[in-house]
Ligand binder design. Structure first.
Ligand code: PEP
Ligand code: MN
Length: 338
């Protein structure tokens, strides 16, 4: 539903309508054009009192749409949204956004060495889990706040943006104090309470696709975040589970152009979790950029064979530098830069 306001309305009038929607359990998003203000109504589970909205001061008319409105629906002519990747970069602009780093933050020195190499090779952001979602409760679960401190130190030294996972609602505030981008992992894509919580804070969110989820479920998860007011969401394809066993997950690259067709959110591809094999990471990175991805999330390590997690799918620092070199002509051919 779209509420069209009278062109003479003030901020007080739009605030009043947004407050009215809030009382009905709905969220309103004010869109200001050059000569017109409209309020997009997000969410459809509230109890809509249409009469009250129509009678609110300075409301001109209410337009219905057959489809539930997705906050990031792409209309003809829309551009992909450029989402901030720290202070110096974006994801979704002409320049590709490359996020690289270890699966888990293991120790300070190793993290700093990886960060400097990532920066040198041209990455815009450093990734690394301080809170790790592990399949086994006996596996390393992350260094928690200590890991966040080391990540922040790596940002200070390199200027790279920090991308790190948050798994619990009660950790959101703490992780947001250190990180530039909050990652919601594949296991938590259906954790609607966590999605709503990261939607209520201001740091951008990298949302990874659940390994069994459909495109509609993925976009609905993004909608949960945006309903809270945070529209800085990046969608990350990281492979899904299929009958196939030669790869850890099946990287569904057709999802990239399909997501770009349906939504204005930038799309990131994770060829590391998407294949589980280091030698498949470069070709799938190339393919991801060729089919329109706005960026990559790649696991790298000083010594992959000694990594505490996901060593098999991690590139060493030299391999990462040559991956970046190899991407340049592909990026250029696609009208992008690295
Ligand atoms: C990760 O990126 O560290 C991770 C655990 O990935 P996923 O949530 O896609 O499994
Ligand atoms: Mn990993």
């Amino acid at each position: 539903m779209i509420i069209v306001m009278n062109p003479r309305c003030s901020a007080e009038h739009t605030d009043n309508v947004v407050a009215l929607l809030d009382r009905m359990g709905l969220a309103g998003w004010v869109i200001e054009g050059a000569s017109q203000k409209v309020i997009e109504v997000l969410g459809g589970n509230g109890d809509i009192d249409r009469g009250a909205l129509e009678c609110a001061p300075m409301v001109d008319r209410i337009l219905d749409r057959a489809d539930p409105i997705l906050a990031a629906t792409r209309e003809p002519g829309d551009q992909t949204k450029a989402v901030p990747l720290g202070a110096n970069a974006t994801m979704g602009g002409q320049k590709l956004g490359i996020i690289a780093g270890p699966c888990a933050v293991e120790d300070r020195e190793r993290l700093l060495e990886i960060a400097h190499a990532a920066k040198e090779a041209g990455a815009a952001a450093l990734r690394g889990g301080a809170y790790k979602p592990r399949t086994s409760p006996y596996s390393f679960q992350g260094h928690a706040e200590k890991g966040l401190e080391w990540l922040a130190e790596a940002r200070e030294q390199t200027g790279l943006a920090i991308v790190t996972e948050v798994m619990r609602c009660e950790h959101v505030e703490r992780v947001a104090q250190y990180a530039d981008v909050l990652q919601v992992g594949s296991r938590n894509m259906h954790h609607t309470h966590l999605l709503a919580t990261v939607g209520k804070q201001s740091k951008p969110v990298l949302l990874k696709r659940g390994w069994c989820s459909t495109i509609d479920e993925f976009l609905s998860a993004a909608e949960y975040i945006m309903l809270g007011g945070n529209r800085n969401v990046m969608l990350c394809e990281r492979g899904i589970r299929t009958h196939e066993t030669y790869v850890r997950n099946t990287l569904a690259l057709a999802l990239v152009p399909e997501l770009k067709r349906r939504s204005t959110l930038p799309v990131v591809v994770d060829p590391s979790h998407g294949t589980g094999k280091d030698y498949l990471v470069p070709p799938m990175s190339n393919a991801a950029i060729a089919c329109g991805a706005d960026g990559l999330l790649v696991e790298i390590h000083t010594a992959p064979d000694r990594a505490w997690s996901d060593g098999c799918q991690s590139l060493d620092l030299k391999e990462f530098a040559s991956l970046m070199e190899g991407l340049k002509p592909i990026a250029n051919a696609c009208g992008r830069t690295l």
